[in-house]
Design a protein around this ligand. Structure first.
Ligand code: HEC
Length: 140
């Protein structure tokens, strides 16, 4: 019953996020989200799952986490450098390493992160290729 309720809530959250994107997002952001969705399915869904709920104790969810909604520089760094910390999200620890996605272009990283930040119930400003480029320059 709890699961059904949760699933129902997720559907409602996803639908309202989609509706908000249609209403508020500027045209460039809508296109970026559409490209990011394709990349997410190709690259991220294997680990984080198509619905971003992750895999318990292995791959963390991407739903309203402090990384996804938080500081853009930190989030971009997760993709450029990968992550190998004991990530804690809502009392659950995830210790698999996340491989670096630095082979993706700046625009691809911007697109996939903008998609994630505006899907699965998340709502956060878009990430631009320029922002990815700037962070990449600090870690090379
Ligand atoms: C091989 C599996 C794998 C792939 C592919 C992968 N991740 Fe991860 N990701 C992980 C793991 C495992 C962690 C947690 C790392 C840790 O515990 O240090 C993580 C952590 C994260 C985090 C920070 C924690 C959180 O849940 O908010 C974000 C954001 C993230 N990944 C986004 C992405 C995006 C976007 C993609 C696709 C471009 C992606 N990941 C591809 C396995 C993966």
């Amino acid at each position: 019953m709890k699961k059904i309720l949760m699933a129902g809530m997720m559907v409602v959250m996803a639908l309202s996020a989609a509706a908000q994107v249609k209403k508020q997002a500027p045209a460039g952001t809508t296109a970026s989200i559409a490209r990011g969705k394709v990349l997410y399915k190709q690259i991220c869904a294997t680990c984080h799952q198509a619905d971003a709920t992750g895999v318990p104790r292995m791959n963390p969810p991407l739903i309203k986490t402090k990384y996804v909604l938080g500081d853009k520089t930190k989030l971009i760094k997760v993709l450029l450098l990968g992550l190998n910390e004991d990530v804690e999200i809502e009392g659950e620890y995830y210790s698999n390493p996340m491989p670096s996605q630095a082979t993706l272009k700046d625009e691809e990283i911007a697109d996939v992160l903008t998609f994630v930040r505006n899907s699965f119930g998340n709502k956060a400003p878009a990430i631009t290729p320029g922002q990815v480029k700037a962070v990449r320059a600090t870690i090379k």
